[in-house]
Design a binder for this molecule. Structure first.
Ligand code: GLN
Length: 297
């Protein structure tokens, strides 16, 4: 069949769900992944014809897209901070906002002249490992640790560390059980060390915000990684900052990705826990998205 005709079928079946531009972008991602063809292939050769075998993954992808499955899960990968990341239904798809969080941590490492020092960093709720792996890649001397409660997510994160050829120590534990975290960390460290930096993008979307969430996220991404109870939306921030108070070195720093509607509350929480030099930062979309604090005691 001609590739052009398959593209027309994609538009016919999917434009009403996603809009034509997004469908074109899906199609380009799919032909690049499955056929190693780039977007100008059809411009150069409008009658380009592909075999039945080559068609098959495209039509399979079309049925999955109709169910609003994210294209990243269909091809099983995405890009984050210039690095390739495997993804599946057990992990959130890394977001561009989170790249900004990684940049923020790297900026602070640089400001403190720690780039070539053996600092230790802990990422809590690592998912695909996107934060931990990108930090490890950019800070070759750092010791990077990453926690997640999900064994399935950790399998993906381990593959991602391998893919980017970095060393990250992954640990299965829930930050809601701090005793357990300490125990698990001790098993990986000869003398239990404190961290220079702790970073986290924990679940923060309230159930009441579900109406704003698109179907591709709501129906396919792991709710465990996304949602918190309306009556206690800062649960993870509370536990992580308690952990950070005891497990950051003096002058250590805590970094969070946050719920855009809860900037003031989350900032206040860090103040109450004794952090100083707290800064609330906006993301590319102008929303309150990141928070940093210094443990000066
Ligand atoms: N920013 C993500 C979203 O829009 C949520 C990430 C999280 O809950 N940590 O769905």
């Amino acid at each position: 069949m001609r590739l052009k005709d398959i593209k027309d079928i994609f538009h016919k079946e999917l434009d009403s769900i996603f809009g034509a531009n997004e469908v074109t972008s899906f199609f380009n991602i799919l032909i690049s992944h499955y056929l190693k063809l780039n977007r100008i292939a059809l411009v150069l050769e409008p009658d380009l014809t592909i075999s039945k075998d080559q068609e098959q993954p495209l039509f399979e992808a079309l049925s999955r897209l109709k169910l609003e499955e994210p294209v990243q899960y269909i091809i099983g990968e995405t890009e984050f901070f210039g690095l390739p990341f495997k993804v599946n239904e057990h992990t959130l798809i890394p977001r561009p906002e989170t790249e900004e969080l990684v940049s923020l941590v790297l900026q602070n490492v640089k400001n403190q002249n720690l780039n070539s020092k053996t600092i230790s960093i802990l990422d809590i709720g690592t998912g695909t490992g996107c934060i931990a792996v990108s930090l490890a890649k950019n800070l070759p001397k750092a010791n990077v640790f990453a926690l997640d409660v999900s064994e399935e997510a950790l399998k993906v994160a381990r593959q991602n560390a391998e893919l980017s050829k970095v060393d990250v120590t992954f640990i299965e534990a829930s930050i809601l059980n701090i005793e357990n975290v300490i125990q698990s960390l001790s098993m990986h460290l000869t003398t239990f060390q404190k961290f220079d930096f702790i970073v986290s993008n924990p679940p923060y979307v309230r159930n009441l915000e579900k109406i704003e969430i698109k179907n591709n996220v709501l129906k396919h991404e792991p709710h465990l990684a996304l949602f918190v109870e309306d009556h206690n939306p800062l649960l993870f921030y509370e536990r992580i900052s308690d952990f950070a108070v005891n497990n950051l070195k003096t002058k250590g720093m805590l970094f969070f990705e946050i719920n855009q509607y809860l900037g003031t509350e989350t900032k206040q929480l860090l103040q109450e826990k004794g952090f100083t030099n707290i800064e609330l930062k906006t993301d590319i979309f102008g929303n309150n998205r990141m928070l940093q604090g210094l443990k000066n005691f």
